[in-house]
Design a protein around this ligand. Sequence first.
Ligand code: SF4
Ligand code: SF4
Length: 187
Amino acid sequence: MASVKESLWDPVAGFGVTFRTMFRKVFTEQYPFDKKPTAPRFHGRHQLNRWPDGLEKCIGCELCAWACPADAIYVEGADNTVDSAGGSARYSPGERYGSVYQINYLRCILCGLCIEACPTRALTMTNEYELADRSRESLIYEKKDLLAPLLPGMQEPPHEMLLGTTDKDYYRGLTGAAVPAEGGAEQ
Ligand code: SF4
Ligand code: SF4
């Protein structure tokens, strides 16, 4: 049998919470018209970064895909090629580049383990968080969706290495070029 406290006092106390809340100032977030900036290191949409000459930092090693606990990343690597006439189909310094790169945002939990695994800082995360959409297909981001935009002074690959003669010049920072901001978290 319910005690006097349970049958009389507890309901009154419950309504007390209701009444207190009724007279509080209403605070409504005006999203999406008023977007609050995220914390600087917020983990949002990924970005595939470039070197200052426009070449891609991704070498197609797949370490990000192996590190992903949600199996959200798919990578295929391919060889950069240089023909006998000196012409090249080079997308990154060194031997290999990521020819196919996909992130499935239906699976991704934005944990950041992939960017920790990346040996070249090719993969970082931006602060962009608006990743909802109406179809499953549109939430599988392809390489073209993830690649950083070309900044002034960059050339669209394929092209030869413009900042050094070997990939080591790039990876050892011997290019002398200012490295553009990668944008977003985990710089
Ligand atoms: S953030 Fe986490 S879940 Fe998303 S792709 Fe990277 S490792 Fe996978
Ligand atoms: S993003 Fe980084 S870890 Fe992933 S394939 Fe490219 S270089 Fe390797």
